[in-house]
Design a protein around this ligand. Structure first.
Ligand code: ARG
Length: 576
């Protein structure tokens, strides 16, 4: 009921000198029936105003106008009681939803502004591990949230496809006796295995590191054969990535990886030199950041090869020029915080007055249960962490099993199970604050009860199925549907609680953008789902005199919940 509380605060605060937050935090529900819907206790004011609470209440009741959504204010025993104009409130909220259709909750905050958002951005030759899901889905959700806030969003996959690692991959590929003829049948699994084996192999043969460096140097100097290998490795990686992104319904506007910047690195070095920022340190070239409490940014190694940060500098300059962004977001786990602090500091030292528009959006770790029962970070390198495709498949199979029991005749069950699996996994990641580490537990993520994706999806399914029964599921609703609606039908507590939540949606869209966190929207979707389940339980929709009004609310709730689910990347399914 926060909208009501906020409106009360907006009139009480100026009259009492309290802050709106202070007023909101003490508002309670009246003790008895007939005493209104909200109470503001005047006791805390007695001391400062040197007056009895009862007198303060009487005085305020006389002076204040009922805020929007309220019909009257009464004083009683030191309390100010507020009476909600329930039908008027329902009429305003539901009319707005119908009038705006899918645009309900949109705002113009970002009109004419561009956000470049770099997310997911995995490394070539490696399979996506389960923990990659978090950054991918936070980035995906943020891009949709900013779009709803009116921004033009450019979604960038900054694939890690350049650097000595790819020399390692070429060396391992050739050592395995593979060649050009094997490229058409190469899989990412195979590449990942080659990559993984490098560490063990180089322990046996210390010369291998050198070989890898030379292989990368050859690649850098455009050796035709190495280029072909590299391009195939990249294609194999992208092929599998695109398959997984399609399942997750994640899209990118650009796959511009690190290699893209290879021929812009010299000019970055020139620029750094021209600003007198490069120092020599044991044969390497660095930007000294000691004055800012940071270790030096290593720009070029002794052997002449450039680094991750060099390519990120080139990428930032390119993005600014290419997109003219208002903000450039980097959705990357908090393990890379220092890297981004260094990157932004170097941009500042270069005199880029837009450096403050670049922002690292860090997120916490996904912890998995280790053999000894403790919690640890999932690692791809060692192959300890589960692969995303395996987790998705296992989740889908588990759901198929449950569906076979509960709803054996469901058409398209395979597809639906996949979408429930995605919903379960994505929701369990986004319902937590972005920066919190999260513990992944199977049973919790796949539960149909409580704070889970399927529970929220199920609320959407129940709304859809009510509409389907009356043939209204594909109806285009218009303001004509509001004619003759008896708004007093929505004044029972379950309907009103649902209407109040629907009213909060536009605010949540803004909050999520300001906090750069999908979590408030995930929590919001959960509250709406609770209210939907309660409404359906308490208010019969079909075959009652209130049917027409309640169907309208069912449609409004379906459209808002569907939109919120879309923003967090949880599939809004229609049957399960
Ligand atoms: N490829 C990097 C990794 O897997 C993440 C890249 C993030 N984006 C960036 N512009 N640095 O750790």
């Amino acid at each position: 009921m926060t909208t009501f509380k906020r409106n009360i605060a907006s009139v009480v605060a100026p009259a009492t000198g309290l802050t709106e937050e202070a007023v909101e935090s003490v508002i309670t529900l009246p003790q008895h029936e007939g005493q209104g819907d909200f109470s503001f206790p005047c006791f805390p004011l007695a001391k400062t105003l040197r007056q009895a609470p009862a007198a303060i209440a009487i005085d305020l009741a006389k002076r204040l106008q009922p805020p929007p959504g309220f019909v009257k204010i009464e004083a009683l025993n030191g309390y100010l009681n507020f009476f909600v104009d329930k039908s008027d409130f329902a009429s305003q909220v539901i009319s707005e939803i119908i009038q705006n259709g899918p645009a309900y909750g949109n705002n113009a905050q970002g009109t004419g502004k561009i956000i470049a958002i770099d997310f997911s951005s995995p490394n070539m030759g490696k399979e996506l591990a389960f923990h990659h899901l978090r950054g991918t889905m936070i980035g995906n959700s943020l891009s949709r949230i900013y779009h709803k806030n009116g921004y033009k969003v450019e979604r960038i996959n900054h694939l890690g496809d350049w650097g000595t690692s790819y020399g390692k991959l070429i060396v391992m590929f050739l050592r395995a006796g593979l060649g050009e003829a094997d490229l058409p049948t190469l899989t990412l699994e195979r590449l990942n295995a080659l990559y993984r084996d490098f560490d063990a192999a180089s322990k046996q043969n210390p010369g291998l590191e050198d070989e890898a460096r030379q292989a990368f140097a050859k690649l850098e100097s455009n050796d035709a054969f190495y280029r072909i290998l590299w391009a195939s490795f990249r294609e194999v990686t992208l092929h599998e990535l695109r398959r997984l992104y399609a399942i997750l319904n994640v899209e990118f506007d650009a796959y511009v990886g690190e290699a893209f910047f290879a021929d812009r690195l010299e000019s970055v070095l020139e620029l750094l030199k021209s600003k007198n920022l490069l120092r020599e340190s044991q044969g390497a070239e660095v930007v000294d950041l000691e004055a800012f409490g940071m270790p030096p940014a290593l720009i070029r190694k002794t052997d002449g090869s450039t680094l991750y940060i060099t390519r990120d500098l080139a990428a930032a300059l390119y993005r600014r020029e290419h997109y003219g962004f208002e903000h450039c977001f980097y959705v990357v786990d908090n393990g890379q915080s220092l890297h981004f602090q260094q990157l932004f500091k170097v941009l500042e030292l270069l005199g880029m007055d837009w450096h403050g528009r670049c922002e690292h959006i860090p997120f916490g770790l996904v912890l998995i249960k280790s053999e000894d029962g403790g919690w640890e970070k999932g690692k791809t390198r060692t192959g300890q962490s589960s692969l995303l495709k395996d987790v998705l498949e296992a989740a889908r199979d588990k759901i198929l099993g449950i569906m076979a029991e509960k709803n054996p005749d469901l058409a398209g069950s395979h597809e639906i199970a996949t979408r429930i699996a995605v919903g379960a996994l994505v929701f369990s990641e986004l319902k937590n604050r972005r920066l919190n580490d999260i513990r992944f537990e199977w049973d919790q993520a796949l539960s149909f009860e409580g704070d889970s994706g399927p529970y929220v999806q199920n609320a959407h399914v129940r709304l859809c199925s009510i509409l389907r029964k009356t043939g209204l599921d594909r109806k285009a609703w218009t303001v004509a549907d509001l004619n003759g609606i008896r708004w007093e039908i929505f004044t029972d507590s379950s309907s009103l609680a649902l209407v109040d939540l629907l009213a909060q949606y536009p605010d949540k869209v803004v909050t999520a953008s300001l906090s750069r966190d999908p979590c408030p929207l995930a929590q919001y979707a959960l509250s709406v789902a609770d209210a939907v389940h309660r409404f359906i339980h308490d208010c019969r929709v079909l075959g009652v005199p209130e049917e027409r009004e309640r169907l309208l609310l069912v449609h409004a709730a379906k459209s808002v919940l569907g939109s919120a689910l879309e923003l967090i990347g949880v599939p809004a399914i229609e049957s399960m």
